[in-house]
Design a protein around this ligand. Sequence first.
Ligand SMILES: [Zn+2]
Length: 498
Amino acid sequence: MRIPTLIILLVAGSFFIQAQTDADKVRATISKNDIEAHIYFLASDELRGRATGSPEIDIAASYLANHLRRFGVKPAGDDGSYYQQVKLEKVSPPESIEMTMKNLNLSEFINLKVSNMEFEGDAIFLGYGTEDDFKSHDVKGKLVLVLGGQEGETEMMQSYRAGRKKRDLANSGGAVALVEIVNLSDSEKGRMAHHFNEPRVTLGAKDEEPEFAHLWGIPQVDTDLSKLKKGTGKTALLSIRGISTENMGSKNVLGYLEGSDPELKDEFIVYSAHYDHVGVGKPNAEMDSIYNGARDNAVGTVTVLNAAENIAKYPTKRSSLFIFFTGEEKGLLGSQYFVENPTIALDRVVYCFNSDNGGYNDTTKTTIVGLNRTTAGKHFIDAAKEFGLTAIDDPAPEQGLFDRSDNVHFAKKGVPAPTYSMGFNAFDEEITKYYHQVTDNPNTLNYDYLYKFFQSYVLSARLIANDPERPFWTEGDKYYEAGKKLYAKKKEEATILD
Ligand SMILES: [Zn+2]
């Protein structure tokens, strides 16, 4: 063989045996048709909006579990199954709330926190209920009555925020109940009642929790509040009756894959998304009553399915834990249950790559809520670029989105945990048109965009999972210290924490 031919063959050979890049591996498994099929199924009318506790959400759970099985992902739930049972309680609102106290007539209540109780005893009025007010008065065993908000700041949201602090003060002082006098317009009343006076789903009361009620009482128009004098005690009667609880079964769906690197496989990356939505509601003008939840969060669910399929075929260095959460729309319950009862020790989880979606209004972008809050930010930027997109950070920090999805439970424990979302550059009408509306249907999505969006998610996943450097919180982040604490005992190997 002549030398030039040999060279040509060697060059050609090295081309063919050249390792596939992560981007090549992503292109090899992500299919637009598959994406459409998954989303059209999960967001179909037949699944009736995947409400937590409904029979239809269990069909979605089975679909997800059996796709994990098909990909070769191993079960990571209870007793060798793909399911983690999440025991929930459905709590009905009280049938009646009555409060009697001289010179005060509260006609309606907002139940911020209630349990059945029959209280007859001392009540004390503490003005706006400042820290000083609580410090200078004994509230133990008493009903504490305060005005909502603060001096000069009695708008509803201000009152709501101020109320949390007052509740803590009343609780730690040993009060039996906190009643805030709040004036609300009819529409505000409607909004608050819709949120707090409807049946609620919870993880179940912890036995050690003492009985405590926190109410907003709306005074009758002719009530003269000037008769209330700070620090004065009166006898009051508070009767809360007819709250009933009902057990409700629900499931997180989980699977794992072992990493390919002998060292890094001890570290897990969580890929998570909630698969529940809000179910069925009042019909709109077109008589549609099903909240299909295509964006929220069939899209996120399918990003995780796509990552599972891809990593099963092309293992990453770090291990993977795929989790589909239940109960997000009921208050992030599935993720809370998981971090309290993890099936893999949380200090082995080095990152949580969550995906949740309200909507999108920019098909040139991916929006990562918390892009710059972890050291993995560069991977999201590179991955988006590979598929012609631009990764941007949360454009609406005032919405507090970082702390409003399942990632926050991981963050609070110290696990770096951003949320990956479709491109949005403002919380505008294009978002609210679909966000928690019956219009969030699969046929209103742009699948050419989603194809790039999904590829970008899976490539981000691969880059993080293969990076020899372990991702962590950016210094100074509000969860940075929690992270240091969580991984402290692994200090010798976790150089990033030094
Ligand atoms: Zn939602």
